[in-house]
Design a protein around this ligand. Structure first.
Ligand code: ATP
Length: 280
């Protein structure tokens, strides 16, 4: 394996690759209100966030709790309005939510009265897709996430891991350019989590989706990503971008954990997260 590449200039490192997601100069401050609903203070959460995510890349956002990871992901999704800066998809600025960005949540929040297939079809129904076409697509995606056999089951009949697979199929159903994933595996037990991490790599290799992934878990970030963006806190800002030296098919996570290079990257990220001053 190669050397770890640290402090990479993401704007110049891969000039030949197509930028799928551009995040440029994003600032966000929340206005905090008191019990009477009056504005009482300002909370700067994101400061001058800038990075690109390239086609077919998996990039993780990592940083201490409260540093603004979810706010950033929701800003990119278009559901939180930023104060300044631009978000672009395929080179075009986007304002508000769009079908080019699919979202996978920590809790899949499936509709309990709908079967797995009907949950996957939901977004397609809203788009007005014909019944036959959407059933066909849902069937294909359920097979992709390994749930072809459970299409007609209801969420309460499925395990947490199976529900999360449906959440992923539902997000993929609208055929987004970019998949935004907010701690999608953090509510799962360790074993299920490792299975789904591996599955995500397989699904990404098959679909070649560009993925921006939020996690607290350093090993998960190193295992899944091509690059990791380490955020500092208060307000959230890009501290460092780490390009991972692993290419091709990755061994299982427990095997990778034994790799000295994996351990060195882990230590490096951990040091970066810990060195965030409390009120910088
Ligand atoms: N709608 C909101 N109004 C006011 N403050 C908010 C709002 N949403 C988030 N915040 C604050 O913004 C900061 C960043 O929150 P955010 O959830 O983005 O962090 P995070 O890094 O995702 O945290 P965690 O890792 O714990 O999920 C926190 O201080 C949070 O309390």
């Amino acid at each position: 394996m190669n050397q770890i590449v640290l402090k990479e200039d993401v704007m110049t490192a891969n000039p030949a690759r197509k930028v799928k997601l551009g995040v440029s100069g994003i600032n966000k401050t929340f206005r905090i209100r008191n019990a009477n609903g009056q504005p009482s203070s300002l909370l700067p959460v994101l400061r001058d966030i800038r990075f690109d995510v390239y086609e077919n890349e998996v990039v993780s956002l990592i940083g201490e709790s409260g540093c603004g990871k979810t706010t950033l992901l929701r800003t990119i999704q278009g559901l939180v309005r930023h104060d300044s800066g631009t978000i672009s998809v395929d080179g075009k600025e986007v304002k508000g939510a769009g079908r080019d960005r699919g979202f996978v949540f920590q809790q899949p929040s499936l509709l309990p009265w709908r079967t797995a297939r009907e949950n996957v079809e939901f977004g397609l129904e809203l788009q007005g897709m014909a019944a036959g076409e959407r059933a066909e697509r849902a069937k294909r995606l359920l097979a992709l996430v390994g749930l072809g056999h459970a299409a007609e089951q209801f969420p309460h009949q499925l395990s947490g891991g199976m529900q999360q697979r449906i959440g992923l199929a539902r997000a993929l159903a609208i055929d987004p350019t970019i998949l935004l994933m907010d701690e999608p595996f953090s509510a799962l037990d360790a074993q299920t989590r490792e299975v789904l991490q591996k599955e995500l790599l397989r699904i990404q290799a098959e679909t070649r989706k560009t993925i921006l992934f939020v996690t607290h878990d350093l090993d998960e970030a190193i295992y899944l990503s091509n690059r990791i963006i380490v955020l500092g806190a208060k307000p959230g800002r890009v501290k460092e971008v780490i390009t991972l030296p692993f290419s091709g098919e990755r061994p299982e996570l427990p095997v990778m954990r034994g790799d000295p290079e994996f351990q060195a990257i882990r230590t490096r990220i951990w040091d970066l997260i810990r060195s965030t001053p409390a009120n910088s």
